[in-house]
Design a protein around this ligand. Structure first.
Ligand SMILES: C[S@@+](CC[C@H](N)C(=O)[O-])C[C@H]1O[C@@H](n2cnc3c(N)ncnc32)[C@H](O)[C@@H]1O
Length: 271
């Protein structure tokens, strides 16, 4: 068997493994993939990215909802099997572009897509943070990103279900990489599907960090704002002086911050 035949055989073996996987959980693969791709909330005509598309098992569901899908994978052999699947489904190259590409270094401009999707490979990406950041980068603000992979729901870790799964495949130990999400992620949701064996995360792509009014004054005796509390810190003072300041501010009808700012300004401006 040539190398190419061997690689193609591995890709087809992957497809048989998928069928067994869904049967194991008594779930219908088409229904699950339909729900997952539905999380993108695609408008007709949308341009969608799929990373790690494998043999195109989600790609056909994405193509049914989008205008055009750019389906990418690191493995040319998986893509090759995917190409036949798409052709059999009557999906031409006008509807689906198949590309060999690393999900952590995408060859697309910022904001090129309306949405991005990944299922099944992210746990083993060499740089998971970068894999998510790249999906967020190429999706325009307001667009959606959905990704998921093996990862047992935490409350099932000590169940027979959980222990048996992890024994067969240690990938089920993975947890959703929420700490690796970009600061642009908004309206983040995390759910577990397939009886709690796979996590799925979805979010809307925002711009920069979330909004925070750092200057809105806090009501009450301390006063100040997020900005004064974070950026305006001075050294500590003797405890009795602190109490004297608290009392003086109360007598003056000011918050501590107002009293301190007035008093310190007067002191530093004194000639
Ligand atoms: C388990 S398969 C999932 C395939 C498909 N998404 C599915 O649900 O059937 C994982 C896929 O991720 C691909 N992959 C792994 N690392 C990748 C990377 N860094 N960039 C792009 N694809 C990658 C693999 O080649 C493989 O096809």
């Amino acid at each position: 068997m040539s190398n190419a035949d061997y690689a193609g055989a591995r890709a087809r073996e992957y497809d048989r493994g998928m069928e067994v996987l869904f049967q194991t959980f008594a779930t219908d693969e088409a229904t699950v993939r339909e729900q997952l791709t539905g999380l993108l909330g695609l408008a007709p005509g949308a341009r969608v990215l799929e990373t790690g598309c494998g043999t195109g098992r989600d790609t056909i569901h994405l193509a049914a909802k989008a205008g055009v899908v750019y389906a990418t994978d690191l493995s040319a052999d998986m893509i090759q099997v995917g190409r036949s699947r798409l052709a059999n489904a009557g999906l031409g190259t006008d509807r689906v572009h198949l590309l060999v590409s690393d999900a952590t270094r995408l060859p697309f401009a910022d904001g090129f897509f309306d949405a991005a999707y990944h299922f099944g490979g992210i746990n083993l990406f060499p740089d998971i943070r970068q894999g998510i950041a790249e999906m967020a980068r190429v999706v325009k603000p307001g667009g959606k990103v959905v990704f998921g992979d093996e990862g047992l729901a935490p409350w099932l870790a000590d169940s027979e279900f959980g222990k048996v799964l992890v024994n067969s495949n240690p990938l089920y130990r993975y947890q959703p990489p929420l700490a690796l999400m970009p600061v642009e992620a908004r309206d983040v949701a995390c759910r577990w599907i397939m009886n709690g064996a796979f996590y799925v995360v979805d979010f809307v792509v925002g711009v920069g960090e979330p909004y925070l009014d750092m200057d809105l004054p806090f009501p009450g005796w301390r006063g100040g704002s997020h900005r004064t509390r974070y950026y305006g810190k001075l050294d500590g003072v003797a405890p009795e002086v602190r109490q004297q300041v608290v009392d003086a501010a109360a007598r003056a009808g000011l918050s501590i911050t107002e009293w301190l700012e007035q008093t310190l300004r007067a002191a530093v401006n004194r000639k």
